[in-house]
Ligand binder design. Structure first.
Ligand SMILES: Nc1ncnc2c1ncn2[C@@H]1O[C@H](COP(=O)(O)OP(=O)(O)OP(=O)(O)O)[C@@H](O)[C@H]1O
Length: 241
């Protein structure tokens, strides 16, 4: 019933190159309001490139990106954050010498309402109680799993309406993967729309409402996540079944 849905994020006909090498070909996808949408695909399929272009970190050759119906292609991350978009980048990109608290404050640095920032600070610590005793430690001293929690928490401190997550569970222990997956669902229930890029297709399809399969820079399949999870080709290529 996607025809009747309201979309928060719409990519249409995106073509992207690195130098002269084309890596995305006519990529179109939509994030429905109230949903978690995932892009699954192999190494090098172009998943991170989609995220970088949407977040204004790399230019597209052609196509469009609309956020709540407004064309935002070419805007910088600094312009997109106040419009409600945030990215949890691959590799976390924390400020390693700064404390966990300072990293979280950096997420909120543009916001002006101290009570709202404080409420979100308390909320992210409810999402990630493991971070409570670590607030005054440097981010770089934390385990990989805790650092990923800080990266997600920092993104939430921007008060996003749409959150992009690029491989948030890569290299993490199963227990931490469960925590991150649970928070993504809760965040979605709280009204943040999510675009999730994952190599862990099993987890991604489990927590997502809708999914796209990206192969060699092209969307080759799209369907509700439960349908993708039971598609024999997807099972063979991405779920190891
Ligand atoms: N900065 C860059 N310069 C040149 N080529 C790049 C650059 N970044 C990525 N590529 C190439 O673009 C293609 C898509 O890469 P991208 O990182 O978007 O894929 P991915 O699906 O996210 O893969 P991974 O899961 O390994 O991160 C790959 O062939 C990659 O080698």
């Amino acid at each position: 019933m996607r025809g009747l849905d309201v979309f928060s994020l719409e990519l249409d006909g995106l073509c992207v190159s690195y130098g002269k090498v084309p890596v995305l070909h006519d990529v179109s996808l939509k994030v429905t309001k109230g949903q978690v949408v995932t892009i699954i695909g192999a190494n090098g399929a172009g998943k991170s490139t989609v995220m970088k272009v949407v977040m204004g970190l790399h230019k597209a050759t052609s196509g469009s990106v609309r956020l709540f119906g407004k064309d935002v292609l070419g805007k910088s991350p600094d312009q997109l954050t106040p419009l409600g978009m945030t990215l949890v980048p691959e590799g976390r990109r924390l400020f390693a010498p700064m404390t966990v608290r300072e990293n979280l404050e950096m997420g909120a640095y543009r916001r002006t309402s101290a009570p709202e920032v404080q409420a979100d600070f308390e909320k992210v610590l409810e999402f990630f109680p493991d971070l409570k005793p670590k607030l005054d430690l440097t981010a770089g001293s934390l385990s990989g799993g805790q650092q990923q929690m800080v990266a997600v928490a920092r993104a939430l401190m921007t008060s996003p309406k749409v959150m992009l997550l690029d491989e948030p569970t890569i290299g993490l222990a199963p227990a931490v993967v469960d925590v991150i997956a649970g928070v993504i669902r809760q965040v979605s229930n709280d009204g943040v729309d999510v675009l999730l890029v994952e190599q862990n297709a099993e987890m991604a399809l489990e927590i997502s409402d809708y999914g796209y399969v990206l192969e060699q820079g092209r969307i080759v399949l799209e369907a509700p996540a439960s349908e993708l999870a039971s598609n024999p080709e997807v099972q063979k290529a991405y779920l190891g079944i």
